[in-house]
Design a protein around this ligand. Structure first.
Ligand code: NAG
Ligand code: NAG
Length: 259
């Protein structure tokens, strides 16, 4: 599905700022997917798998089920991923707007980077079969070092609105300190033009899990007086642990799992 998937991707990413007109579902697409004749539809079990992943009932997996490559590919490249992301960021914005901030510049919103602010979908579509292939750090780092990751459009919108509401932004990522410069450039090039802090993983922390590393970084932020009002990430390890913030927002990611 390589060629068409990249074409789709190009379309989806290039329409990210345009107004998108929804075509209403036709009646036939509302039929239950199990089929009138009881035929097995592979996508159905992959949907259960994705739900299990998003709800953190299925944990510790290293690759997506081979049988779900097409399902996850269609999900990521189609409208559903965007809609699911928007459902999350809409709630986040409603919440953010409902608050009266301290006005002292200490109210922060924490964003993860990969699959939260920046999308590695071009890489996962071309080189990783949407997560069906095992993680290859050499190839993945080559991709990161191109600095060409597009933004997640819904996150970018939320980011801009949070800034206008007076939030300070902290990016907290599992990317290593070595990738600071390319990450900074990539973020700025796609519209994330400012932040209070950009925290990357020091080489001394490589052995700890993301939950431990991120909790300790958030604790440090609170110790120096910041209030973590919101926290958004695509991995549960962004949102679990300690000092998680007043509210957390889980963005979809059926492609990989980080503990
Ligand atoms: C990663 O990908 C490269 C390039 O395809 C390959 O040479 C290498 O063996 C892969 N590494 C692993 C651990 O699979
Ligand atoms: C965040 O949570 C703390 C601790 O529960 C609470 O004191 C504070 O009022 C909350 N802030 C907001 C903006 O909800």
């Amino acid at each position: 599905m390589k060629i068409w998937s990249l074409l789709f991707l190009a379309t989806i990413l290039s329409t990210s700022h345009g107004s998108h007109i929804e075509i209403p579902n036709q009646i036939h697409s509302l039929r239950p997917q199990s089929g009138a004749a009881g035929t097995h539809v592979p996508g159905l079990s992959c949907l259960s798998w994705r739900l299990g992943v998003e709800t953190h009932n299925i944990i510790g997996w290293s690759t997506i089920p081979q049988a779900c490559e097409n399902y996850v590919g269609h999900y990521m490249l189609g409208h559903q991923y965007r809609k699911d992301s928007k459902a999350v960021t809409d709630e986040a914005l409603l919440y953010a707007k409902s608050l009266a901030l301290g006005g002292d510049g200490k109210d922060i919103w924490v964003f993860d980077i990969d699959e939260t602010a920046l999308s590695n979908l071009p890489y996962y579509a071309e080189h990783a079969q949407f997560g069906a292939l095992p993680y290859n750090s050499t190839l993945f780092n080559e991709w990161v070092n191109t600095g060409k990751a597009p933004p997640l459009p819904e996150t970018l919108k939320l980011y801009k609105k949070l800034l206008s509401l007076g939030f300070k932004i902290v990016f907290l990522t599992g990317r290593p300190e070595l990738q600071r410069s390319v990450t900074q450039t990539n973020l700025k090039n796609v519209g994330f033009y400012t932040w209070e802090k950009l925290i990357l993983k020091p080489s001394s922390a490589t052995s700890s899990t993301a939950v431990i590393y991120k909790s300790s970084q958030r604790e440090k932020l609170e110790k120096i007086g910041y209030r973590i009002i919101g926290n958004a990430g695509d991995q549960w390890s962004d949102l679990l642990g300690t000092h998680v913030g007043n509210r957390t927002f889980k963005l979809p990611d059926p492609m990989y799992y980080i503990s």
